[in-house]
Design a protein around this ligand. Structure first.
Ligand SMILES: [Zn+2]
Length: 214
């Protein structure tokens, strides 16, 4: 299993990646987590990245690529789902180079598609605790007492940008960034599969397994 996963925030791709990797004992490489771990370790590329972040700079491409490459080398370039990388065509090309040098090219690119309506019903039902940051969902994970945090008793709030207008903007921004990367993958040997992520988590999981032949 050598997979890259694409999907907008709220598409549930993190949850699906966790389910697949747990079931098939693969590695879920979340780029955000990998970068945080490298910074926490404080050695080599991680130490370098830390210096950039402390200056308030964005993580430079070559450091992100380097840290992902180290992670892939650690696991022998096999049995993983990459989540949150590559974000640009340059990163995708760099990844292909690393993988082809290892003789283990990418097999599948999964594109999670989610409609604005589905995204809205998922995210607009989100409530957060302003005191302890616990996240709830009035449909999927409601608090025991309506409007009150189970953990600390504070009154729950809805985030100001969890509304249809900002979701639409976030979705458009995501698509603008991702489209060129997906187009790039159409020109490589990796197969690109689309998964409808607007349905329930169980249905998405079933479709994902089917499309991955698992
Ligand atoms: Zn709380």
């Amino acid at each position: 299993m050598r997979i890259v996963l694409f999907g907008p925030p709220g598409s549930g791709k993190g949850t699906q990646a966790a389910k697949i990797t747990f079931l098939y004992e693969a590695e879920h490489i979340s780029t955000g987590d990998a970068l945080r771990q490298a910074v926490a370790k404080g050695e080599g590329l991680g130490a370098e990245l830390k210096r950039h972040l402390e200056k308030g700079e964005l993580a430079p491409d070559e450091l992100v690529i380097g840290i992902v490459a180290e992670k892939l080398a650690e696991i022998g370039y096999e049995n993983y789902i990459l989540d949150g990388f590559p974000r640009t065509v340059e990163q995708a090309q760099a990844l292909d180079k690393i993988l082809s040098e290892a003789g283990k090219p990418l097999e599948t690119v999964v594109d999670f598609e989610v409609s604005l309506d589905a995204l809205e019903s998922r995210i607009c039902s989100r409530r957060v605790c302003p005191a302890c940051n616990e996240v709830y969902n009035i449909n999927a994970k409601p608090p025991k007492k309506e409007g009150v945090c189970d953990k600390c008793g504070a009154e729950l709030i809805q985030r100001a940008d969890d509304n249809r207008e900002s979701l639409k903007k976030r979705l458009e921004a995501y698509e603008g960034l991702t489209k060129p990367v997906l187009l790039y993958y159409n020109s490589t040997s990796a197969s690109v599969v689309k998964v409808d992520a607007s349905v329930s988590a169980d249905e998405v999981f079933a479709e994902l397994r089917k499309k991955l032949g698992l």
